[in-house]
Design a protein around this ligand. Structure first.
Ligand SMILES: *Cc1c(COP(=O)(O)O)cnc(C)c1O
Length: 427
């Protein structure tokens, strides 16, 4: 597979953009090799600038749950463009998307739209601090909540990959307000609350973590967080930027029956355009400007194109049988990979949640960040490279989730399984 134009573009980009990319994981640093420059996409496939085709499991890191360039989304966006792309004034589409989101998430009585997941979590934390009058927060090692200062402490995803759990540029004075606990270990959370019973504004947790690879919550873990936060007068923020509308029509809170105080969304609710959202109880949300004193704003927030893509995506997802289909495809694929692992007697393990999964290069159950970093990263890198050369585009890091879309069919599953089987041979 030749990638001449990708290489040329990378050289050009590297002179102009740090690392040649606008988001670190795209650079393929964790797996070696050079990033693929994409030209277009359709359904379950993306095509690079050299004309190569790949079955896509990045899915723009989650949003493309319908597959790429879904005809309904494309035509809705074309119509919207004609009417103007941004006004800096309220529109009906914002109200429509808000209604759809609140209906799917009963724990949210009000919502505000922003432009990214990072903005959503950053603003949710500010709101939790204002509401409780406390400054410290608890997050989990390996959970990623975007790149705001307070949250870039022992974060997963790109931060894990690059081994910079605490990024330079984050002042100690800010990082010291962020406690980190061990995921799936309630005792580690209780210990922090006991040490600082009146100082903690909130606990923030991924609905189902996908940013250290997929690590589902143990039975009782999320419930325990709900009880502990209530006991100590702290808020529970569920960051469902990845898990929202990915696991079911709703989020991890729907599946696990948890009522958080604030929820963060992003990715799928923008249908591939830049959107984030945070929402929750009315008494908390009304503290936001202009109804309250907590400042938060955005020039392009609630952008008409982004709202339209979100509305059309949710409408399609809401149809009967959608998530059954998505789950069926994911299960066929994951069961198939498990069969290959067994047949070849390999020390690997698949972990899945809804339509996301990770093939961990470790035989042990991955319950938290420490378990995840025990994986054979060189093995993963070799596997990634072989898959790429067979036309399968995986997320270029062990600490990420693969995303299955509604456009992935039996044909793509079979092609992928064939590539997995060949790639794992004599790895
Ligand atoms: C992707 C992600 C974010 C950050 O969203 P951006 O749109 O990249 O800023 C936050 N939290 C979780 C759980 C995510 O997966």
């Amino acid at each position: 597979m030749k990638r001449m134009r990708s290489s040329q573009l990378l050289r050009r980009a590297q002179r102009l953009i740090p690392g040649g990319v606008n988001s670190p994981v795209r650079a393929f640093k964790a797996v070696g090799g050079k990033p693929v420059f994409i030209k277009r996409a359709k359904g379950a496939r993306v095509y690079d600038v050299d004309g190569n085709s790949y079955i896509d499991y990045i899915g723009s890191w989650g949003p493309m749950i319908l597959g790429h360039t879904h005809p309904k989304i494309v035509s809705a966006l074309k119509k919207t463009v004609e009417a103007g792309t941004s006004y800096g004034a309220p529109t009906e589409a914002e109200v429509e998307l808000a209604e759809l989101v609140l209906e799917a998430f009963p724990s949210m009585e009000m919502v505000r739209f922003v432009n990214s997941g990072t903005e959503a979590t950053m603003s949710a934390i500010r709101l939790a601090r204002a509401h409780t009058g406390r400054s410290r927060i608890i997050k989990f090692e390996g959970c990623y909540h975007g790149h705001a200062d307070s949250l870039l402490v022992k974060a997963g995803s790109g931060a894990t990959t690059f081994g910079v759990p605490d990024s330079p540029g984050v002042p100690l004075d800010i990082a010291k307000n962020t406690y980190t606990a061990v995921y799936n270990d309630l005792g580690s959370v209780r210990e922090i609350f006991e040490r600082d019973p009146e100082g903690i504004a909130c606990v923030i947790v991924e609905g189902v973590p996908g940013n250290m690879g997929v690590v589902p919550p143990k039975a009782g873990f999320l419930e325990g967080l709900r009880v502990l936060t209530q006991e100590y007068g702290a808020l529970l923020i569920m960051d469902e930027v990845m898990s929202g509308f990915r696991l079911c029509y709703g989020g991890a809170q729907t599946l696990y029956n948890i009522v958080p105080d604030i929820t963060c969304l992003g990715k799928v609710i923008g249908g591939g355009l830049p959107v984030g959202a945070f929402g929750g109880r009315k008494d908390i949300m009304e503290k936001l400007a202009p109804s309250g004193p907590v400042y938060q704003a955005g020039t392009l927030s609630g952008n008409p194109l982004a709202m339209r893509a979100g509305i059309e995506t949710l409408r399609l997802l809401k149809k009967k049988g959608t998530y059954e289909k998505l789950l069926n495809t994911t299960n066929t694929l994951c069961d198939g990979i498990e069969d290959i692992i067994k047949r070849r007697g390999l020390p690997l393990r698949i972990q899945r949640a809804g339509s996301m999964f990770t093939l961990f290069f470790t035989p042990e159950q991955v319950r938290n960040y420490q378990d995840a970093v025990g994986s054979d990263l060189e093995g993963f890198a070799r596997y990634f490279g072989r898959m790429l050369s067979k036309g399968i585009l995986l997320p270029p890091s062990q600490f990420e989730a693969c995303f299955v879309s509604l456009a992935h069919t039996q044909k793509e599953v079979e092609e992928t399984l064939d590539a997995v089987d060949k790639s794992l041979k004599n790895l």
